[in-house]
Design a binder for this molecule. Structure first.
Ligand code: NAD
Length: 518
């Protein structure tokens, strides 16, 4: 690393891909970086299985619970208190964006992300770019504008009612492994903007990325005491949440639905959730040969980029019979071009090969199902066995099977390069809608059609929080320029936009001034 980067960062990812990163991840407690006492032994280098970073295996968390008392329930700031902090945070965003605009800083994060969550250069750069534009969006006065209030005239002279955006106080953020920079960065800043003080926990496989971002933010003026950062196992975090009783006033969780539901109980319902995606795409009846190359390309990107480890990844593709003959061979061809050397396909960090194979085999037992492509382990690699390494895979399943007891099995989210393809005809559109009604996860969706009546029919009868429609529709997107999050659940969180931040990280407070005269 060059001297400029050394002033900010403590971990060096500019090594050959098959060498370990020298470095150690620290916790941040009351503004101080604290080294771990013991370290995780179960997180090997995802590309070669060798020893990797030292990530604390924190077991004593009482200090983190005690620190939840630092912040009152009225927050570090609110529209009537410490308002200069809105401006300070705008300034932190300006400086952070400026640094992320520098090629060497952007490249630092691209490499660091790629070392811990191996995905292609363009996928890693995409994550850094989204994060940088987010900081640009909230530079200057835009943080204070998030806390805009409104007023209504009262019933008589001297009376006026005003609605304010109020913080929760001490909050907690739990983030997954797949977007190590973007998810915790955007949620952290959203929480801070609205006046909260967050305790952050990121999946330990990738938490080094967030730790280095925190160092950058502190370098850019964020008070180090504004946030605590813990590295620990998931179950230890679960205990912390439970033991902290009512001290965590809001828990924002991004991850699997099983953990989300457990935390909803442990936090006594004080939770906002970005959970699992079983994201669907429908190729509508208006097949157009001039669009098929694009539509197939987008489908391949949606299903297999980042080795399918995006919550927005295309899990189920409904293909109208008009598209079938053209699009399926294109999908086979595009999948075959993905190569490990470019990380267009790579390690699957939460599903092993045996789990992937078992799931594939169960699907292939369903009557009328068939393997369209993939299904084999990748060859010529040194990905450790704790991680999956499977070719881009697609299984075709008849639509009527989704209306049987096989529904749960077919719609299980596989967090890897895996999708289910379901052909349908004009007569079966109602069956497609019936399947969509039964899917419990409502994150992203795509209606690939320029037929407005078909679009209306599907849009009017579904609820996915982030739905793309039109011939260019996709399931994976860019959260800094539009709302991203599930819908149809009162616990849904959003990420990225002003509305997402305001909805997730603040509460409505009404103050009615009634001063007279008598
Ligand atoms: P996971 O639920 O196992 O882990 C997510 C985070 O929770 C990690 O930091 C983990 O350490 C922590 N954790 C695990 N058990 C815990 C417990 N008992 N108490 C507290 N924290 C605990 O999820 P995963 O499998 O690693 O991530 C993939 C899942 O996340 C997929 O289902 C994916 O769809 C979802 N996801 C959703 C979004 C979204 O925006 N909706 C984004 C990314 C990932």
């Amino acid at each position: 690393m060059n001297p400029k980067l050394q002033k900010i960062f403590t971990v060096d990812p500019f090594k050959e891909m098959n060498q370990s990163i020298p470095g150690e991840v620290c916790n941040l407690v009351k503004g101080k970086w604290v080294q771990g006492k013991t370290f995780r032994k179960d997180i090997p280098d995802p590309l070669n299985g060798e020893d990797f970073l030292n990530v604390p295996d924190t077991l004593e968390y009482n200090e983190f619970i005690d620190n939840l008392d630092i912040c009152p329930k009225s927050g570090l700031h609110n529209p009537l208190k410490n308002v200069e902090r809105y401006l300070m945070l705008g300034e932190v965003c300006t400086k952070t964006a400026e640094l992320l605009r520098e090629d060497e800083v952007a490249e630092y994060f691209v490499k660091l992300i790629q070392r811990v969550m191996p995905k292609s250069d363009s996928q890693c750069l995409g994550e850094v770019t989204v994060t940088r534009i987010f900081f640009e969006n909230f530079s200057g006065d835009n943080v204070r504008f998030l806390a805009r209030s409104f007023s209504n005239p009262g019933d008589h002279l001297g009376q006026e009612s005003s609605g304010y955006r109020w913080p929760f106080g001490s909050v907690c953020i739990i983030a997954p492994f797949n977007f190590p920079l973007e998810i915790p960065a955007l949620q952290l800043m959203g929480a801070l903007f609205m006046g909260n003080r967050p305790l952050v926990k990121v999946d330990s496989k990738v938490s080094v990325v967030f730790e280095q971002l925190l160092r950058l933010l502190i370098h850019c003026g964020l008070p180090a005491e504004d946030v605590d950062f813990i590295n620990c196992k998931g179950e230890v975090m679960g205990e912390l949440v439970k033991k902290s009783e009512n001290k965590i006033r809001l828990l924002q969780f991004t991850g699997s639905k099983e953990v989300a539901n457990q935390l909803a109980i442990d936090s006594k319902g004080k939770i906002r959730i970005e959970d699992a995606g079983f994201d669907w795409k429908i190729l509508g009846p208006d097949y157009d040969s001039e669009w098929s190359e694009y539509v197939a390309w987008q489908s391949d990107q949606d299903a297999y980029n980042a080795s399918g480890q995006k919550c927005s990844a295309q899990s189920m593709l409904f293909v109208h019979e008009n598209w079938e003959k053209d699009v399926i061979p294109r999908l086979v061809d595009l999948a075959s071009r993905r190569e490990l050397k470019d990380l267009d396909i790579g390690p699957v960090l939460t599903w092993s090969n045996s789990q992937l194979k078992d799931h594939l085999n169960s699907l292939l037992k369903i009557e009328g199902s068939k393997l369209l492509f993939g299904g084999e382990e990748l060859s010529g690699h040194s990905i450790p066995v704790v991680y999956g390494s499977i070719q881009p895979t697609a299984v075709q399943v008849p639509i009527q099977e989704l209306l049987t007891d096989n529904f749960e099995l077919i719609t299980k989210e596989v967090f890897g390069p895996f999708q289910v393809v379901v052909p349908y005809s004009d007569k079966e559109v109602d069956k497609v809608k019936e399947v969509l009604e039964r899917i419990t996860q409502n994150l992203t969706a795509a209606i690939v059609s320029n037929d407005t009546f078909f679009q209306q029919n599907i849009l009017a009868n579904t609820v996915n929080g982030t739905t793309y429609t039109g011939m260019k529709a996709r399931t994976t997107g860019a959260p800094q320029n539009h709302w991203f999050g599930p819908s149809g659940d009162p616990r849904s969180a959003g990420i990225g936009t002003p509305e997402a931040i305001i909805n997730t990280w603040s509460a409505h407070r009404e103050i009615i001034k009634d001063t007279g005269p008598q």
